[in-house]
Design a protein around this ligand. Structure first.
Ligand SMILES: [Zn+2]
Length: 599
C-alpha cells in the first residue's frame, strides 16, 4: 500500500525551506537576471587588455579589476541559477520555474563562455611580470592562490597554433564517453526478471542495485544474470569504446608533456601521484580484512556458497525503527556535539531557520542534496521518510551545508567552493560521528548489527570498491602507455584477477562479474573515483581524531578554508596527511573494530 503523495501546497510552511532568503520574489529574480547578464557582458570590456604588452606596467591592477568583474557577475549569475533550479526542483511540474531554470542555464553558459579569455590571457603574461604584480598590487592579493594555480599550467601549454588544433580535437575526444552513454542508457536492453509468483519485474539500471539488495536470493541471481548477459551481447563494442577512451587519455597526457595519464589527471587539482599509489598499496595491505568480512557475510547469510550477487543484501534484518524528523534532529545534535559548541549552535540555526526542505511532495526532485549560492545560507533538499537511512541522509547533507556555511562566512567568493577531493569529507565525518554515537547508545542487538552492517557496507562500497576501480584504471592506462591493445578478454581477465585479490577464496567469483568494468560510467572520466576512497579514509580518520582528542578546532579551520589552498594542504590543516598511509590505516582500524563486533 502506497501513501498518497501530497501536493506542494499541502505541505506546512514550517517544513519548507525559506527560498526567499536567496531572492525575495520571482519579480526580483527578473531584475537580478538582467543585472547578472549586464555584468557578464561588462567582463568583455577587459578582453585583450591583459595580453596587451602595452599594459604591462599596470598589469596587476588590470588583472585584479578583471577578476573582480568576473566575481561580481559570477556571484549574481550563481544566485539567479540556484534560485531558478531550487524552485524548479521543488516541483518539476511547474512550467514557470522550468522556463526560469532554462533561462538561467543560458546565462551560466554565456558567463563561462565570456570568461574563457581570462585564463589564457593571464598565461600569456611573462611569469616574472605576474610575480612582480602579485607583490606590488594590493587588490591582487586575494587572488594570489587562484593565479598561482593558473600559472602551474604554463609548462603544459603548447604554442598557439597547436592549442588551436587541440581545442578542436577535444570535441572529437568526447566521443568514447558519448558513445558509451548512448549504448548504456539508450540501446542496451535488459531481460526482465520474475518474482516468486511469476510476475514480471522490469530490469533497469536504476532497479539493478535494489534487486541485488533483495533478501530474495532468486531475485538477486536473476538480476545479476540479466545485467551481465546484456553487456556480454555488446562485448566487442564495449571493449572498443573503453580502449578508445584510454587511448584518448594517454594521447592528451603525452602531447601536454606529462609523464603519464595518471599524472595529467591528478595535476588538475595538484595531487601528487604518490597519493594514488599510496592508496592502492595501503588498501592492498588490508585486504585480509575484506576477506574476513566475506567470511562473516557467508556465515551470517547461512549460505553453502557465497556468490557475487550476495554482496549487497543486508546480513541482518532491517531494524524497522521509526525515526520521526524531530527525534532525528535531537539525535544528530547530540551525535555531533564532539564538534564543539560553536558548530552545534550553527547547526541548530541550520535546522531551524529554513535551510531545509524536509518532506516529499508531488513533483519534487528525488534523493537529497545540499546546495546554494555564496552570500546566502546553504539549502538542503530531503525526501525524509522517517527511516534510519533518512536520518543518515540528513546528517550527511548537513555536513555539506555546514562546510559551505563555514567557507562562505570566511572566504571571498573566489574560494567559495571546494574540490571533489575534499567534498565528501565533511559529510562523511558527520555520518561517522552519528554512527559512533548510535553504536554506543543502541542496546537492541539486531538494531546494533543493522547499524554495523550499514557501516561495513560503506567501507566495502567506498573504500575497497573504489580503490579496486582505481587499480583497474591504473593497469589499463599503463598497458596502453606500453603500447598494448585492450581487448574484451584481456579487460575481463584484469578485472577477474582484481576480484579474486579483493574478495579472496571464500566467495565464488562468477564469470559474469569479469564484465563489470563494462558498465561503470565513471571509467570514462579516468582517475576520478579514487577520490571517493581517499575522501572516505580522511573523514573516518578525522572522526576518530576528533573523538579521541576531544576537540575539533583544526577540523573547523579546514571547513573555513573553502578552496583557498590545495586539497592536500587543506586536509593537513584538518590533521590528516593523505600522502602517507596513516589515515587509511586509521580507517581500516575502524573497519576491523566493526568486524570484531559483528562476527
Ligand atoms: Zn555527499
Amino acid at each position: 500500500m502506497t501513501k498518497k503523495i501530497k501536493k506542494r501546497s499541502e505541505i506546512k510552511e514550517e517544513y519548507k525551506w525559506h527560498i526567499n532568503d536567496l531572492c525575495e520574489s520571482d519579480e526580483k529574480w527578473e531584475d537580478l537576471f538582467k543585472d547578472a547578464a549586464k555584468k557578464t557582458e561588462n567582463i568583455l570590456s577587459f578582453k585583450g587588455k591583459i595580453s596587451d604588452k602595452n599594459n604591462i606596467k599596470n598589469i596587476g591592477k588590470i588583472i585584479a579589476d578583471c577578476l573582480k568583474a568576473k566575481d561580481d557577475a559570477g556571484l549574481l549569475a550563481e544566485t539567479v541559477y540556484v534560485y531558478a533550479n531550487l524552485r524548479s526542483n521543488e516541483d518539476s511540474t511547474n512550467s514557470k520555474y522550468q522556463a526560469m531554470s532554462g533561462k538561467a542555464d543560458t546565462l551560466i553558459t554565456m558567463y563561462s563562455s565570456v570568461c574563457s579569455f581570462i585564463e589564457p590571457e593571464i598565461l600569456s603574461v611573462p611569469s616574472e611580470e605576474i610575480e612582480k604584480a602579485l607583490k606590488n598590487t594590493a587588490e591582487l592579493s586575494v587572488y594570489k592562490h587562484y593565479i598561482k594555480d593558473i600559472l602551474r599550467e604554463k609548462e603544459h601549454i603548447l604554442p598557439a597554433e597547436q592549442e588551436n588544433i587541440l581545442a578542436q580535437v577535444y570535441e572529437i575526444a568526447q566521443a568514447p564517453d558519448n558513445i558509451f552513454g548512448m549504448l548504456n542508457n539508450a540501446d542496451l536492453k535488459f531481460d526482465d526478471i520474475k518474482d516468486e509468483k511469476g510476475n514480471l519485474l522490469p530490469m533497469t539500471h536504476g532497479k539493478y542495485i535494489s534487486y541485488l539488495e533483495s533478501p530474495d536470493r532468486e531475485i538477486r541471481k536473476q538480476a545479476f544474470y540479466s545485467c551481465y548477459s546484456a553487456y556480454l551481447k555488446q562485448k566487442n563494442t564495449l571493449s572498443a569504446i573503453y580502449g578508445a577512451s584510454v587511448k584518448k587519455d594517454v594521447f592528451f597526457s603525452k602531447v601536454r608533456k606529462y609523464n603519464s595519464a595518471l599524472e595529467a589527471s591528478l595535476f588538475q587539482t595538484n595531487i601528487p601521484v604518490s597519493v594514488y599509489h599510496n592508496l592502492i598499496a595501503t588498501v592492498n595491505k588490508f585486504l585480509p580484512l575484506m576477506h574476513r568480512y566475506i567470511d562473516i557475510r557467508k556465515k551470517k547469510l547461512n549460505l553453502e556458497e557465497l556468490h557475487m550477487y550476495d554482496l549487497y543484501t543486508p546480513i541482518v534484518k532491517d531494524a524497522d525503527t521509526k525515526m520521526p524528523y524531530e527525534k532525528a534532529k535531537e539525535i544528530i545534535i547530540k551525535a555531533l556535539s564532539p564538534l564543539g559548541d560553536e558548530y552545534i549552535s550553527n547547526l541548530k540555526k541550520g535546522l531551524s531557520e529554513g535551510w531545509i526542505d524536509i518532506y516529499e511532495n508531488e513533483g519534487k526532485r528525488s534523493g537529497a542534496y545540499a546546495w546554494g549560492a555564496y552570500g546566502c545560507h546553504p539549502y538542503v533538499s530531503l525526501n525524509y521518510d522517517e527511516t534510519i537511512n533518512s536520518m543518515f541522509t540528513l546528517v550527511h547533507e548537513m555536513g555539506h551545508a555546514m562546510h559551505s556555511h563555514y567557507t562562505w562566512s570566511n572566504q571571498p567568493y573566489v574560494y567559495g567552493d571546494y574540490t571533489i577531493f575534499v567534498a565528501e569529507v565533511a559529510s562523511t565525518v558527520n555520518e561517522a560521528l552519528l554512527m559512533e554515537y548510535l553504536l554506543k547508545t543502541t542496546t537492541d542487538k539486531n538494531a546494533g548489527e543493522y547499524l554495523i552492517n550499514y557501516f561495513l557496507e560503506q567501507f566495502r562500497g567506498t573504500l575497497f570498491r573504489q580503490t579496486m576501480f582505481a587499480e583497474f584504471e591504473l593497469i589499463t592506462h599503463e598497458l596502453v602507455e606500453k603500447g598494448e591493445t585492450l581487448t574484451f578478454d584481456g579487460l575481463c581477465k584484469i578485472y577477474r584477477e582484481l576480484n579474486v585479490k579483493y574478495f579472496g577464496n571464500n566467495i565464488v567469483i562468477d564469470d559474469e562479474i569479469d564484465r563489470e568494468w563494462a558498465r561503470i560510467p565513471h571509467f570514462y572520466n579516468a582517475f576520478y573515483v579514487y577520490q571517493y576512497a581517499t575522501g572516505y579514509s580522511a573523514a573516518i580518520a578525522l572522526s576518530q581524531k576528533i573523538l579521541k582528542e576531544n576537540g575539533a578546532s583544526d577540523y573547523l579551520e579546514f571547513l573555513k578554508k573553502g578552496s583557498s589552498e590545495y586539497s592536500i594542504d587543506l586536509l593537513k590543516t584538518a590533521g590528516v596527511d593523505m600522502s602517507v598511509s596513516k589515515p587509511i590505516e586509521d580507517a581500516m582500524e575502524v573497519f576491523k573494530g566493526l568486524l570484531d563486533k559483528i562476527q
